[in-house]
Ligand binder design. Structure first.
Ligand code: GUN
Length: 283
């Protein structure tokens, strides 16, 4: 059976490292870190994610401010709140939970966030910096996957990596990060012809397609490492990923479970970005 890549354990390790760092920053330099979290409307999944983020902040000793805005909030009101938070010195990070209601233009909201406080790494300046190898915040899920691979003893350099999915949040930054780690990278997507042929080349296969259990063993080379970014509820109400875990596990060398794989890493890397923002903000 394959190595089960334990995101819960690795994220717990990272959180404890950050907790020690936050304590030291507070005691030795008087730096306190504060994340402002904005949610518009009450999408139940978003409410759970936001709750988990705030809990994780509290665990490592970061303050969080909650802004729960009604569904009818206008573009201008949201931009104005972000500008206000940009100006507040005690707020070191800003997170706007996505998705936003349809009447709000997401790109403009992301652009309104001060890049120095962009702990999600979604601002065009952050993405551009990643693209050309300059310092900046990195999108939390792909950054978490790199940490997960490294801390699970999986070598990236020289490997054939295939990413299925080309979103701005996961697929594209994932490709740039794997490239930075000296992998050979292919990005496949919904219009890719002969997907199985491409995915079967992968030593490391990262799946972020958003379709429950789409990836079966026919897509996977014997001995590959499989990273599953998806999270869905199946007919029985049980969580499952984009990968058909029972079918794929026997043919791969290592695999992330859902839940307990990539999910916990996203929050750990958000906390990492919050700590970096806090340090930079008070220099
Ligand atoms: N919605 C789904 N994933 C994310 C994320 O990483 N950050 C934010 N802000 N919203 C999300």
């Amino acid at each position: 059976m394959p190595q089960i890549i334990d995101g819960k354990m690795v994220s717990a390790m990272i959180k404890d490292e950050l907790k020690a760092q936050v304590t030291a920053l507070k005691n030795e330099q008087g730096i306190s870190i504060c994340l402002a979290v904005i949610q518009v409307g009450n999408d139940p999944a978003s409410t759970v994610y936001v709750g988990n983020k705030k809990k994780a902040c509290a665990y490592i000793g970061i303050d969080s401010l909650s802004y729960e805005l009604p569904e009818e909030t206008t573009q201008a009101e949201l931009v104005s709140l972000i500008r206000e938070l940009n100006q507040k010195e005690e707020v070191t990070g800003i997170l706007v939970q996505l998705p936003l209601p349809d009447h709000i233009e997401e790109d403009e909201i992301i652009r309104a966030i001060d890049p120095q406080k962009d702990v999600d790494g979604f601002h065009p300046q952050s993405v551009g910096a990643l693209c050309i190898g300059q310092p900046g915040f990195i999108s939390c899920t792909p950054a978490g996957i790199i940490q997960l691979l490294k801390r699970s003893g999986i070598t990236i350099a020289g490997k054939e990596c295939v990413i299925v999915g080309r979103s701005n949040i996961v697929g594209k930054p994932m490709a740039l990060l794997l490239l930075r780690e000296n992998a050979t990278v292919t990005v496949a997507h919904s219009k890719t012809v002969n997907l199985q042929e491409i995915t079967r080349r992968a030593d490391i296969l990262v799946v972020a397609v958003g379709r429950p259990r789409m990836i079966t063993r026919e897509y996977v080379k014997e001995g590959a490492v499989v990273i599953d970014v998806g999270i869905h509820r199946n007919e029985a109400g049980k969580l499952c990923g984009d990968v058909d875990y029972e079918d794929v596990a026997p043919v791969c060398s290592a695999i992330t479970p859902v839940p307990g794989g990539v999910g916990p890493m996203t929050i750990a890397m958000l906390l990492y970005n919050c700590v970096e923002a806090g340090k930079a903000g008070r220099r």
